[in-house]
Design a protein around this ligand. Structure first.
Ligand SMILES: *Cc1c(COP(=O)(O)O)cnc(C)c1O
Length: 372
């Protein structure tokens, strides 16, 4: 057999794209770095896990149901979300994580030669999906660690289809308030789709944090992303959704892969929505963890960036990849930020005090060692 003629088969935008390699399983990493326990502070997961009601759904899930297909369009969950937000269930599309709904939206609106606009230092999946699909991602530098509205407006041309705003921004935590987002939407004038990624909405307590879903009535070009991975502690089950104007969602539905969300995820997500206590308990954990980190980082003389969400960025006097390896040998996994175009920064998930104390102790250790 001849070798597969990949140079002929593979389009240039795929050939030029570098695959993202996720971290290895805990057991493999522990062996590799010689640590006996591992605090994963790299993915902004919720250390409290799912809310009790969702836990109970998971614990009691009858194995016989594994052989039956789920609701292909997450109908019961969409009804519950619609009830909660005062929407029509058909204004919601559920995906295998918010990551999947990003691909639905890009596929629905972009064709060859089109572009999307987002920030240079934000959640990278918008850029990646655009690029490996053959569309241009225009990356506007952050302004003061937040999205630059003027800069984004300047980059719009007749081939711009979608503007992605991560609110609050992962990894900086910066966010646009209600006034800023409305001003931006006024100037867009409905000519492009504006996606507001609210993966961390449930963590936000600031009075001026805008609820993107409430903007859809006035601005039908707005599409909002939410996820059950962060606040609701269901990252492992992979479930997220988008919300938009009925006509817009009816378009996106055409590119939506049905049956991609499993039955357990759908049912756990439905149960998770009932638990207000869980949100309050999580916010309290984040408050306590952040207060502690800020106090300790000040003592260590390190600078940091934070805002909304369950994470903080820390600037280190060494390369982030070296810091990563050194922290790993001490059982702490963080996110290196060079990939987010923030060299020498790490992003740390705010978690339970036990993990925060272990992180600070490890950080002190590696700072003492220096660049060796
Ligand atoms: C975690 C995250 C997502 C993706 O969440 P999944 O639902 O787990 O795919 C989307 N956007 C941002 C900004 C995130 O941080």
């Amino acid at each position: 057999m001849n070798p597969v003629p990949l140079d002929k088969l593979v389009p240039p935008h795929v050939r030029g794209f570098e695959a993202y390699i996720p971290s290895k399983p805990d057991e493999v990493l522990k062996k590799l770095y010689g640590c006996s326990r591992l605090f994963r502070l790299n993915n902004n997961e919720n250390a409290l896990g799912p809310p009790p009601a969702a836990r109970s759904v998971i614990d009691r899930f009858p194995s016989s149901r594994a052989s039956v297909y789920p609701s292909g369009d997450a109908y019961p969950l969409r009804c519950k979300l619609a009830d909660k937000f005062g929407l029509d269930p058909d204004q919601i599309l559920v995906g295998n994580g918010a990551n999947e709904v990003i691909t639905f939206a890009i596929k629905a609106f972009c064709r060859e030669g089109d572009n999307i606009i987002t920030a240079d230092k934000t959640f990278a999946v918008y850029e990646w999906v655009a690029e490996f699909s053959g569309y241009q991602a225009r990356l506007v530098p952050l302004a003061d660690f937040g999205f630059d509205d003027e800069g984004m407006l300047e980059r719009i041309d007749e081939r711009t289809k979608i503007l992605f705003i991560c609110n609050p921004n992962n990894p900086t935590g910066g966010f646009w308030d209600e006034k800023k987002i409305r001003g931006f939407l006024e100037r867009i004038g409905g000519r492009q789709i504006v996606i507001i990624d609210e993966a961390y909405a449930e963590f936000m307590e600031a009075k001026d944090y805008p609820d993107g879903i409430s903007l859809i009535g006035t601005y039908p070009n707005v599409v909002v992303f939410r996820t059950f991975s962060k606040m609701y502690g269901l990252a492992g089950l992979r479930i997220g959704y988008l919300v938009g104007d009925l006509e817009v969602v009816n378009i996106i539905r055409r590119t939506c892969v049905v049956y991609s969300v499993n039955v357990l995820a759908q049912e756990a997500a439905r149960a998770a929505l009932d638990d207000g206590e869980h949100v309050l308990r999580t916010r309290e954990m984040i408050r306590q963890g952040k207060d502690f980190l800020i106090r300790e980082l000040n003592l260590l003389g390190l600078s940091y960036i934070h805002g909304g969400g369950n994470f903080m960025m820390i600037h280190l006097p060494m390369s982030d990849s070296l810091a990563y390896r050194k922290l790993m040998t001490r059982g702490i996994m963080v996110r290196t930020m060079t990939g987010f175009r923030f060299p020498n920064y790490i992003r740390v998930t705010v978690s339970k005090m036990e993990a925060m104390e272990a992180f600070i102790e490890a950080l002190e250790g590696i700072l003492r060692e220096g660049n060796t």
